[in-house]
Design a binder for this molecule. Sequence first.
Ligand SMILES: Cc1ncc(COP(=O)(O)O)c(C=O)c1O
Length: 403
Amino acid sequence: MPEGLSENIGYLESSQTVAISQEAKRRRAAGEDILDLGVGEPDFPTPAAAARAGVEAINQGMTRYPPNAGIPELRTAVAANLSRLSDGRAVNPDDILISTGAKQSLFNTCFALFGPHDKVLIPAPAWVSYPQMVRLARAEPVLVPGSPEWGMKVGVEDLERRVDKLTKGLIINSPCNPTGSVYTESELRSLAEWAHGHGIWLISDEIYRMISFGSGPAASLLNLEDELLERAVVIYGASKAYAMTGWRIGAALGPTRLIKAMAALQSHTTSGACHPAQWAAAEAFGNETVAGDVERMVQSFRGRRDYLVERFRTTLPGVEFVEPHGAFYFFFRIDTLIGEGGSQRFCQELIDQAGVALVPGVAFGDDRWVRLSYAVSDDDLKKALDRIIPFIEQLSSARAAYA
Ligand SMILES: Cc1ncc(COP(=O)(O)O)c(C=O)c1O
């Protein structure tokens, strides 16, 4: 740890997904022909009605401090949106806290719930920030590896093997970054029943819920009975499905007492999320035209998913991958193609030799895989595959020659 820094951030590692994206940007700026499939944000513009509402809010002087927990219009819009997606389930706007991106919603939740000596189970591969946030709260993240035969998802038996009396939380994420796997309602129910039975807090990151390739949005904790949600927090937000990453609006829904504590924490850190951005998000969650925009973006992601899966199946039959059912990520296995150094070496060689940036699986807790994001134009996706496929074929034949 560099001298002078506190123990608070002693464990902190900077985000490897951000690092690869920065390297891709740097090389592009230097004139290199790099295709960046490491990105974690939609390639679409913010829906026009939402953007207009943000501009309008600025013009109307909504530029002062917002209410710390969020403007009532946004809390109500999020509650109504979640209720609509969950068969009309009652959602109380007072139990929703608006924050600066789902990232802050998750941080608030972890910091409010966990502390020294607590353990938090995190199915792996997992989004890079969960273990770091748990560590910032001075608690211990415990990665629970998912099964490759089951889209890298975990079941109750996997959790049962890792739980002990210090376990206080479980963080799940469906649709999942980095795998694109989606838990069905009955799978979610069994995880929620398990957590309830052990008195463990369940945090369900549902930021990609609308980007689901089944019929309708992905299953949510909000489809389950009230009793199972006594110690549960649902994380939601505008960033991904609404193409609003830069507006930084996230939301947490949980028991009143916890949401109040998280609001108190936020009152001393950010004083609430960007005021005009909250008006833009309120429009996004409630506007019918925006709902149509979201549906069109999801259709595009679905088309790209189909194209990608088809090309991998037909041209690289030996390469294992997780079939994505949501989000915009594709996770494929490279440990049989490359020796020592695993996913980082694969990504370094790919960017150096073929000019394509992907994210090494080690960033998500599994060095045997890499993540490709198809939140890029159809054209760039095709071009990237035209480079990735021969690169992999070359690795395979080199390995076969050595065998
Ligand atoms: C699984 C997951 N949760 C949360 C976030 C953070 O979302 P936001 O941009 O709203 O902070 C991301 C962003 O990459 C993510 O992939």
